[in-house]
Write a protein that binds this ligand. Structure first.
Ligand code: PLP
Length: 391
């Protein structure tokens, strides 16, 4: 059970509007903005280096708190500035050779596809896509087939895409990768903070996510999980610094033993602490409580929207998340935007350029994306649906 009154009290800015954009950038709990302001103020008094040395334990506690969230150890977590840089650091650590194969899904994040296309152009690394079933789920038997046919170097899957409510079965994929001893990278940017995400259960080698979405942290924050199996190998990203890696002779370096070998010394410390506060908040509320409450919000909203004539819900898949995409048939994008803005509803528009494969299959150029989260109420799910009846 969650205490919705307390949660709304901790997020007072959710009360005067209908805020459904946690898949974009969520509303942070007050604790997060207070933590950041307090630290910036203290930095302005004694300087960033002195303050960081005095508050070292509190700062490194970020990794412990994040490890609790993902069910791992502090040594396996590193702070990053965005989910894309976390994903890219993991990719750049894999010793790809010309002709190596990456397997991914039809629903992976646009920037991941951009990186694969560039890997092909520069290094001849080839990406192949695992089929989707008719209901939208990942076809895991096709994954097994491709693994046997292609012997890929890496399987990389987005847990939840940016542009639809589909939840891909990353645990089933993890079991298959483990069985065949294939490297496995999960983009969990849209799932961490809204679902229980457990890296032991998923059995991934890397997992990237950011702070500003369902985790309700500040912008410019993210993290990468790196499994011990990777840390034990000489795997490291292309960009490293003296923070975790030692320059041991003119021609040699010694990699650090922990995941911070994937990060850099310079970090926005106030925001690391703000991110830590957001993760602590989620851990305190409890991820399984958040997940069950979110399910209620989603079920109510999709039931309501599904009963409005002309509204087409676009999400597919056996398991769904709190990303709900839809259009009202026959109404153009500008009219949707003007209508939602007029009613003080906060949302995103997903466009075909960030979801080429999915949107072409659905035959849409864009979709309205609502992403309610656990500070929203069931009453809000009803209220927004009443409003949408008048679109
Ligand atoms: C599934 C997914 N992966 C990665 C990202 C990229 O996150 P960032 O902007 O922090 O790089 C996003 C952002 O929308 C996303 O939805």
């Amino acid at each position: 059970m969650i205490n919705i009154d307390q949660i709304r009290e901790d997020t007072p800015n959710c009360k005067d509007k209908l805020f459904f954009d946690s898949a974009g950038a969520s509303l942070v709990p007050n604790l997060v903005s207070e933590t950041i302001s307090e630290y910036l103020e203290a930095e302005s008094q004694i300087g960033g280096y002195k303050l960081a040395s005095l508050r070292q334990e509190e700062i490194s506690g970020f990794r412990t708190e994040a490890a609790t969230l993902l069910n791992t150890h502090a040594r396996n977590i590193v702070f990053m500035s965005s989910a894309t840089s976390a994903f890219g650091a993991a990719l750049s650590a894999i010793p790809f050779e010309k002709g190596d194969i990456i397997l991914t899904s039809n629903n992976d994040y646009v920037s991941n596809f951009i990186q694969y296309i560039w890997l092909k152009k520069r290094f001849g690394v080839i990406t192949k896509r695992i089929n989707s079933l008719a209901n939208g789920d990942l076809d895991t038997s096709h994954l097994e087939f491709l693994i046997n046919e292609e012997q890929p170097k890496l399987v990389a899957i987005s847990h939840i895409p940016t542009n639809s409510g589909l939840v891909q079965d990353v645990t089933a994929v993890g079991a298959i990768c483990k069985k065949h001893n294939i490297l496995y990278l999960v983009d969990a940017c849209q799932s961490v903070g809204q679902l229980v995400v457990d890296v032991q259960e998923i059995q991934c080698d890397f997992l990237s996510t950011n702070g500003r979405k369902f985790l309700r942290g500040p912008r410019g924050t993210a993290m990468l999980y790196v499994a011990d199996s990777i840390l034990e190998k000489e795997y490291a990203p292309l960009i490293m610094d003296l923070h975790s890696t030692e320059w041991t002779s003119e021609d040699t370096i010694q990699l650090g033993p922990e995941a911070n070998r994937f990060g850099l010394f310079e970090t926005p410390v106030a925001f690391v602490l703000g991110f830590k506060a957001a993760i602590t908040y989620a851990n305190d509320v409890g991820m399984s409580n958040i997940q069950s409450y979110n399910t209620k919000l989603r079920e109510r909203l999709t039931r309501n929207l599904g009963s409005i004539p002309g509204i087409r819900l676009l999400d597919k898949g056996t398991q769904r998340s709190n990303i709900i995409t839809f259009i009202k048939e026959g109404v153009d994008k500008a009219t949707h935007v003007e209508f939602l803005d007029k009613h003080d509803i906060y949302y995103s528009v997903s466009s075909r350029s960030s979801a080429l494969i999915d949107f072409d299959k659905k035959d849409v150029e864009w979709a309205i994306r609502f992403s309610p989260h656990y500070y929203n109420t069931l009453e809000e799910m009803d209220r927004v649906s009443e409003i949408l009846k008048t679109l």
